[in-house]
Ligand binder design. Structure first.
Ligand code: EPZ
Length: 449
C-alpha cells in the first residue's frame, strides 16, 4: 500500500500555490545568470585536473530519495545549477536536504506534496524523474510537462506509456501529467526507442511495484547503471544492469544507503577534446575511461595519444588533429552529448569530417556560432560536414544549450585571439567551475560578471 501522505487529498487536484522555502544561496557562480567567459586561445593545455561527479547520474540518484523514508546519502555530487534545481524541487516537496560540499543527505520521511510546478520543471527537463518515484511510493503525482528545449521537442510519452503498463492511471490536464495508482504492478515494457530518463523513471517506479518488471530496449548508459547500483544498495532487486534488458523484482519498501556518484564521462570527454583541439598534455584524475570507449577511439583516430594505465587517464596531443567522422547513437556508441565538442575539434582539424546526429532533431545550434569563429561547416539534414581550417579566429559568441556552450569553449581554446562566450549559465548547468579547471591547465580564461 503506498505511504499515506499527511495532506488533504483535495489539495492534490487543484493547483497548489506554495512558497518555496528560502534556500541557502548556492555558490556565486551558480547564480551568475548573465556571466560571460573571456578566452584567449592558441596556447597549449598542460597540467592535471580532477573530474567531478556525473550530472546525469546525480540527478536521478537524488530523486531516488523519494522512494524511502530513510536517509539517502549521495557522495561526489557535483555543484551544478541542475543539482541546485533538483534539490530545490525536492525541498519544495518536503524532502529534508542537507548539503555539505559534494555530499548531500536526503530524507523523504515527511513529504508534504507530490507536485512539481512548471516554474522549476521548465528550467530542467530532468524534473520529470520525480514522476515514477512519487506514483510508486505515494500513489499520486502531478508533474508539469517539461515542454521542449533548445535541442528538440523531447516528449515524455515513453515515461507515461511505461507507467500505464505498471498500472498507473494518467491524464494530461492544464499542462500537467496527473498520475494515480493504488499499488503499481510489475509488467513487461518495451520502449519505442532507447530513452535514458525514461528507463530511469520506470526502473524507480518498478522497484516498489508488486511483482516483476522487465524493461526491454532499456538504455545502457553508465548513468542508468549507476542509478541501478544505488537502488540495489537501497534494497531494490534489479538485474541486467547495463544491458538492454533490465528486470526488477518489486519490494515492499526501500531503505537508506550511501552511494558515491560515478565520475562524469561527458565532462571527461569534453576536457580530452579540449586538449586535442588546443594541443598539450593533461592528466584527468578520478575519470573512468571504461565509460568512454567510443570517444577515446575517435580521439585516437584524430591523432591524440591516450593512456589509461593504472587508474589515470592521460591525453597527449602534439600535432594538428586529423578530421574524423562519426554518428551519435545510444550507449555504448558515440554519445550525442559529445557531438558538439567534436564538431569544434573538426573545425580546425586537417581534412573533412562528417558528423551525424541521430538522437535529437535540432542539436546543431552551436554550428552558427562556430561559423562566427571562422569554421567552415555545412548542414544537410542531420549531418554536418566540417572542413577544417588552419586556424579559427576569436569572436563574441553566444551559448544556446549546455553542450553547445562546451563546444564554443573548445573552439575558443584552439582559436587565435580573444573569444567572449555569452550566456554561460548554460555551461554552469553541467560543468563544475569549468574556468578554474581550464586555468589549471594553463588556459587564459576569465569569468566576466
Ligand atoms: C538524457 O536525456 C540526458 N539527460 C541528456 O543529456 C542526453 O543527451 C540524452 O539522455 C541522450 O543520451 C539526463 O540524463 C538528465 P532520452 P533524456 O529520453 O533522457 C526521444 C545533457 O547534455 N524520446 O534518452 O531526456 C527524445 O525526444 C543532456 O546532459 C521520446 O520520443 O533523453 C530523444 O529524441 C542533454 N519520448 C530520444 O528519445 C520519450 O518519452 C532520446 O531521448 C523519451 C524520449
Amino acid at each position: 500500500m503506498p505511504d499515506a501522505l499527511p495532506v488533504a487529498p483535495d489539495r492534490l487536484t487543484r493547483p497548489v500555490q506554495f512558497r518555496a522555502p528560502a534556500l541557502p544561496r548556492d555558490r556565486p557562480h551558480i547564480d551568475g545568470a548573465m556571466d560571460k567567459l573571456r578566452i584567449r586561445g592558441g596556447t597549449r593545455l598542460d597540467g592535471e585536473i580532477t573530474v567531478s561527479g556525473a550530472k546525469n547520474a546525480a540527478l536521478p540518484i537524488l530523486v531516488a530519495s523519494l522512494l524511502t523514508a530513510d536517509e539517502l546519502i549521495a557522495e561526489n555530487v557535483p555543484e551544478l545549477q541542475d543539482v541546485a534545481t533538483t534539490l530545490k524541487l525536492l525541498r519544495q516537496m518536503g524532502v529534508s536536504v542537507e548539503r555539505s560540499g559534494n555530499t548531500v543527505r536526503l530524507k523523504a520521511d515527511a513529504v508534504t506534496q507530490t507536485e512539481a510546478a512548471y516554474e522549476l520543471v521548465k528550467t530542467m527537463r530532468a524534473s520529470i524523474l520525480v514522476l515514477g518515484p512519487l506514483v510508486a511510493r505515494f500513489g499520486s503525482a502531478r508533474v508539469s510537462l517539461p515542454g521542449g528545449c533548445a535541442i528538440g521537442a523531447r516528449p515524455v510519452d515513453q515515461h507515461i506509456k511505461g507507467l500505464e503498463a505498471l498500472g498507473a492511471t494518467i491524464r494530461i490536464e492544464n499542462g500537467f501529467v496527473v498520475a494515480q495508482a493504488e499499488r503499481l504492478r510489475g509488467a513487461r515494457i518495451v520502449t519505442d526507442m532507447v530513452t535514458v530518463t525514461g528507463t530511469e523513471n520506470l526502473m524507480m517506479a518498478a522497484a516498489l511495484a508488486k511483482g516483476e518488471t522487465v524493461i526491454e530496449n532499456a538504455a545502457r548508459e553508465p548513468e542508468v547503471a549507476d542509478l541501478a547500483n544505488a537502488l540495489n544498495a537501497m534494497g531494490a532487486r534489479i538485474r541486467g544492469v547495463g544491458t538492454s534488458r533490465i528486470s526488477i523484482e518489486g519490494v515492499e519498501r526501500l531503505h537508506g544507503a550511501t552511494h558515491r556518484v560515478m565520475p562524469d564521462r561527458i565532462e571527461t570527454g569534453t576536457f580530452l577534446t579540449a586538449v586535442a583541439a588546443a594541443g598539450g598534455r593533461a592528466t584527468l584524475r578520478g575519470a573512468d575511461p571504461r565509460t568512454l570507449d567510443s570517444v577515446i577511439d575517435k580521439l585516437r583516430e584524430a591523432g591524440a595519444q591516450i593512456d589509461t594505465q593504472n587508474g589515470l587517464l592521460r591525453v597527449d596531443m602534439s600535432q594538428r588533429a586529423n578530421a574524423i567522422s562519426l554518428r551519435t547513437a545510444p550507449y555504448p556508441e558515440f554519445p550525442t552529448d559529445m557531438q558538439a565538442q567534436f564538431i569544434a575539434l573538426n573545425s580546425s582539424a586537417d581534412g573533412v569530417g562528417k558528423v551525424t546526429e541521430t538522437i535529437f532533431e535540432n542539436r546543431f545550434m552551436h554550428v552558427h556560432e562556430l561559423q562566427r569563429l571562422g569554421a567552415d561547416i555545412s548542414i544537410d539534414g542531420n549531418t554536418a560536414t566540417v572542413r577544417g581550417v588552419a586556424r579559427l579566429t576569436g569572436a563574441p559568441v553566444m551559448a544556446t544549450d549546455l553542450r553547445a556552450s562546451a563546444s564554443l569553449v573548445v573552439a575558443a581554446l584552439a582559436a587565435a585571439g580573444e573569444t567572449v562566450v555569452d550566456r554561460i549559465y548554460h555551461l554552469d548547468r553541467g560543468y563544475e567551475r569549468m574556468e578554474s579547471k581550464l586555468a589549471a591547465l594553463g588556459a587564459d580564461v576569465v569569468r566576466v560578471k
